[in-house]
Design a protein around this ligand. Structure first.
Ligand code: SF4
Length: 331
């Protein structure tokens, strides 16, 4: 049996778990290629214009899977992974948007509801649905989940050591060794990159922003590299949070970067049409002057150009370098 997983949205956060789980059960996992113009165009053509770019991209990936002739397409409905907090409504309604976008897709969709009290979603209730579909016992199901949880925790451990999510994934799968991913110690600047994994790691949306920044001799920190306890500590200081899980993680990461002496400036990468980010971006922008740290927003849409992005990052890095140099000289 072939199960298709779109390489989009929370793929970069949960693929180590999903791949391990399905393969342990003898299922062939088919993943879409990284986003291309063709996939983006498919998504744009088959979505309502009001949707944010990442959801349009996801819909493009689902359509691509239909072409790739899989038996099922895994489209989980993420509801909550923290008590009292929820996913952005576009996530919660995603399976319905997919279902109503294409005639005949319904029979291919597997739509489990994902609910947990922390980021670890390898809970029996979230995967029980597969016992019927794959004709497996609950014992086999739980054994696959245990294995999946172990690999996912290994992935998270590598993220926390400062690897990008892509590097951490390769490390968790044993495709590379740690020495191959350690970044140079010669970097003299660090940027806190605030963005959802589906924006930061989608080479079509963010145009490999981490690689671009690193190529300028600048280290990058992202929210996945922060301990949950550190993020919760930051959120507790606020009189009110944003309510949406990943937006809160980014807000916490933003505050953590502002309070981190090693971080010289923040870049917020956001996609056109994102409601939660309009609040998040504004809050972080206001705090920029309070913490006296440079902050820049990069908003991408389906027409963004690579040169424009490169120029803006270069100018931002240049400005931070000059600021740091001046401060060192006591000017
Ligand atoms: S948080 Fe923003 S970018 Fe993510 S799904 Fe919701 S609206 Fe789209």
């Amino acid at each position: 049996m072939k199960i298709g997983i779109p390489q989009s949205l929370l793929y970069t956060y949960y693929y180590p778990l999903w791949k391990t789980y399905f393969e342990h059960l003898g299922v062939e996992v088919v993943v879409t290629p990284t986003t291309t113009k063709e996939i983006m165009d498919l998504g744009v053509k088959n979505s309502v214009p009001e949707l944010c770019v990442p959801i349009k991209v996801y819909i493009g990936h689902v359509l691509k899977l239909v072409e790739m002739d899989v038996d099922y397409i895994y489209v989980p409905r993420f509801v909550s992974i923290q008590k009292g907090q929820y996913f952005c409504p576009k996530f919660m309604g995603l399976p319905d948007m997919v279902r109503h976008s294409f005639d005949g897709i319904e029979k291919k969709l597997i739509v489990p509801t994902i609910e947990a009290t922390d980021d670890n979603i390898a809970l029996y209730k979230n995967f029980k649905i597969f016992e019927n579909i794959l004709k497996i016992s609950s014992k086999e199901n739980k054994a696959a989940l245990d294995k999946a949880e172990t690999v996912w925790k290994t992935f998270r451990k590598y993220c926390l050591k400062g690897n990008s999510a892509i590097e951490a994934m390769d490390l968790a799968f044993g495709d590379v060794v740690e020495e191959e991913t350690i970044t140079s110690n010669e970097e003299t600047l660090t940027i806190g990159l605030v963005g959802y994994v589906y924006n930061v790691y989608d080479p079509f949306i963010s145009m490999d922003i981490i690689k671009k920044i690193r190529e300028m001799g600048v280290a990058v920190k992202t929210f996945e590299m922060l301990e949950e306890t550190e993020m919760n500590k930051q959120l507790k200081k606020l009189s009110k949070n944003l309510f949406w899980t990943f937006s809160d993680k980014l807000l916490a990461a933003g505050y953590s970067f502002y309070n981190d002496d090693d971080v010289d400036g923040l870049i917020h990468i956001t996609a056109f049409g994102c409601g939660p980010d309009s609040m998040l971006g504004k809050l972080l922008e206001i705090e920029s002057s309070n913490f006296a740290k440079p902050f820049m927003t990069i908003r991408v849409d389906e027409h963004s150009g690579e040169n424009h992005l490169q120029t803006r990052i270069e100018a931002f890095v240049d400005m931070i370098r000059r600021k740091k140099h001046k401060t060192k000289r006591g000017a």
